[in-house]
Design a protein around this ligand. Structure first.
Ligand SMILES: [Zn+2]
Length: 123
C-alpha cells in the first residue's frame, strides 16, 4: 500500500523543524500556477546583491531579493513573487484542458493515411 496515493494520508509536521530559532509565521499560500510559459523558479541564496526587475508601487527603487527568497526568472529578468503576482504571472488554477488541446495542432496522421490509400488504388 502506498501512502503517496492515499488521499487520507497527511504527513505529520516534523518536530525536528521546530527546533530552529525561527519565529517567522508560515504564509497561507495556495497552489500557484504560471500564467505565462518560459519562467523558471529560483531561490535566492547568499548575500550577493540581486534585484527584482520591477519597482513596487509607492517605491522609486528596485528592491533586493533576500536570502531564501523564492523568485521567478526568465533570461536575465528576475521577479519577486509579489511583483510577479502583480504582473499577473501567478494564477490560482491550472490551465484548462480545452486550451491545452488546442495547442499544438496535430495535422499529419489522417493526411498521410489518405495519400497512401490513393496511391495504392492508382497502381
Ligand atoms: Zn519585486
Amino acid at each position: 500500500m502506498s501512502h503517496a496515493t492515499d488521499p487520507q494520508y497527511r504527513p505529520r509536521p516534523s518536530n525536528d523543524d521546530r527546533d530552529r530559532d525561527d519565529d517567522r509565521e508560515p504564509i497561507a499560500a495556495g497552489r500557484t500556477y504560471l500564467a505565462e510559459p518560459g519562467w523558471r523558479i529560483g531561490v535566492k541564496s547568499g548575500s550577493e546583491r540581486e534585484f527584482c526587475y520591477m519597482v513596487a508601487p509607492g517605491q522609486d527603487f528596485y528592491h533586493r531579493l533576500h536570502d531564501g527568497e523564492i523568485f521567478l526568472h526568465r533570461h536575465e529578468e528576475k521577479l519577486c513573487l509579489a511583483c510577479a503576482s502583480r504582473r499577473g504571472l501567478l494564477v490560482g488554477e491550472p490551465r484548462r484542458l480545452r486550451e491545452l488541446a488546442m495547442a499544438p495542432p496535430r495535422e499529419t496522421e489522417g493526411l498521410s493515411f489518405d495519400v497512401g490509400w490513393y496511391d495504392l488504388k492508382r497502381s
